[in-house]
Design a protein around this ligand. Structure first.
Ligand code: HEM
Ligand code: MYR
Length: 412
């Protein structure tokens, strides 16, 4: 049986134009959770729905080595990182990441973050207004470096480099090239620190990512090459700074849905459910990508070895078959959510240890909780008129104004 197929030479431009909605639009028009198209000149299969996600995370069927487009590897991921590994190598590397995600370590990050929010808000009292997206990046970068045991040499430069890594993968021209240079500069910076840790010139905290990753032994029993450690340390710093996008969207939600914000103030709404709904509702990571490991058949359709395959992350969070009125912002939907690793997948699905589900999902949830609590219960501010709109084609998306807050004061 042949798979529903989008005719035409190449649909990369439509992907850039329709962005987050590209796959969902076609799932709707084909009335199918699987279809074939052509992206970047190559045949691509798109999967969606719970069943599609379940299939995508079957490691006997899909692999990651050589799957991600070069522009993603050269900016966001880095070469040789955990995202590109399979099998035993992946399991061992992923365990290295998960080993630093302990309760005590997460609590420590919490505290570092609180301190940075406090310090920043004292500064903000002196300004008429601030841009939350930018300001939260500084907070996150300082807390992330402290947590990882990375001495921050030039705050502004390094924070900007992290931002370029996650803003540039899908952009064109100069912005994209800035992402590539940011990657090589940032890797040089961290690789140098790895050398210092290894020869004893830098005493980095025992539990922090810099030291743990520098001392980690891979499946062959050897230390990782310096460059790979740098890639993996950046896999901690960069995404923590990227939480600034969720913080901007959370602030937008507080403003757009004042009844929800009131509930959080009164303590009769749960911050956890609010965070989950922000992660479900707003666009962030559009899709994730793998490659067919070997020929197989599913529902009568042929999957050929090597075919690029995308999983519709945004689409599953907005799939009308999985969510009631998916386009309404309603945190209480999580009251009776029957937890599944395949429907609510803003940061990937499946399991953490064997699969590629985001290693930082708990960090993200916690950082968002601390930040939203600070915005709601510790600060007061006004929200001047600005362009809150966000696009479904720029990836990653964010409110155009980057969320301007005025007259920021600490609550008495
Ligand atoms: C993987 C999203 C924050 C570390 C992923 C994946 C997605 C994702 C979609 C890939 C899932 C897949 O391919 O199956 C996000 C979003 C974040 C975020 C939207 C919000 C800012 C974080 C944080 C960390 C982190 C804070 C670390 C502290 C990682 C790592 C992987 C990953 C190491 C690779 C996992 C693997 O390949 O096994 N993330 N992430 N992420 N994320 Fe995140
Ligand atoms: C991270 O830094 O890992 C966290 C999130 C970054 C999101 C950046 C999304 C960019 C869009 C990439 C297009 C992928 C299409 C397969």
């Amino acid at each position: 049986m042949s798979m529903p197929k989008e005719e035409g030479l190449d649909h990369s431009l439509a992907f850039l134009k329709e962005g987050y909605e590209f796959i969902l639009h076609r799932r709707k028009s084909f009335q199918s959770n699987v279809f074939e198209t052509t992206l970047l000149g190559k045949k691509a299969i798109c999967l969606g729905g719970k069943e599609g996600a379940e299939l995508f995370y079957d490691t006997d069927k899909f692999i990651r080595a050589g799957a991600a487009p070069n522009r993603l590897v050269k900016t966001l991921f880095g070469e040789g990182g955990v995202q590109t590994l399979d099998g035993e190598q992946h399991r061992k590397r992923k365990a290295m990441f998960m080993s630093i995600m302990t309760k005590t370590q997460l609590q420590q990050l919490d505290q570092l973050l609180e301190t940075e929010w406090e310090k920043a808000s004292e500064q903000w009292e002196k300004n008429d207004q601030i841009t939350l997206y930018k300001e939260s990046q500084k907070i996150l970068m300082k807390a992330a470096c402290d947590w990882a045991g990375v001495p921050l040499d030039d705050e502004e430069k390094r924070t900007d480099q992290m931002r370029c890594l996650f803003e540039s993968p899908a952009s064109l021209g100069l912005a994209h090239w800035k992402g590539r240079t940011s990657r090589s500069d940032a890797e040089d910076w961290i690789a140098e620190l790895v050398e210092q840790v290894r020869n004893g010139d830098l005493h980095a905290t025992k539990e922090g990512a810099l030291r743990v990753f520098s001392e980690h032994r891979d499946s062959d029993g050897k230390l990782l090459p310096q460059r790979i450690v740098a890639v993996e340390v950046l896999n901690i710093l960069r995404p923590i700074v990227a939480i600034s996008i969720y913080i901007a969207f959370a602030a937008l939600a507080l403003h757009q849905f004042p009844q929800e914000s009131e509930r959080l103030k009164k303590g009769d709404g749960s911050i956890r459910r609010f965070v989950q709904e922000v992660r479900r509702f707003y666009p962030f990571f559009p899709a994730t990508v793998a490659k067919v490991k070997q020929d197989f058949e599913w529902k009568g359709y042929q999957f050929k070895e090597g075919t690029m395959t995308l999983l519709d992350l945004y689409g599953n969070n907005h799939d009308p078959n999985l969510w009631e009125q998916p386009d309404l912002f309603r945190p209480d939907r999580f009251l009776d959510w029957k937890e599944s690793p395949f429907d609510f997948i803003p940061q990937g699905g499946g399991v953490f240890d064997m699969g590629h589900r985001c290693a930082g999902e708990w960090v993200t949830i916690q950082v968002m909780e601390v930040s939203i609590d600070f915005l709601v219960n510790r600060l007061q501010y006004t929200v001047p008129k600005q362009d809150y709109s966000y696009s479904y084609s720029s990836m990653p998306s964010m409110p155009k104004s980057q969320i301007i807050l005025a007259d920021v004061r600490k609550q008495n």
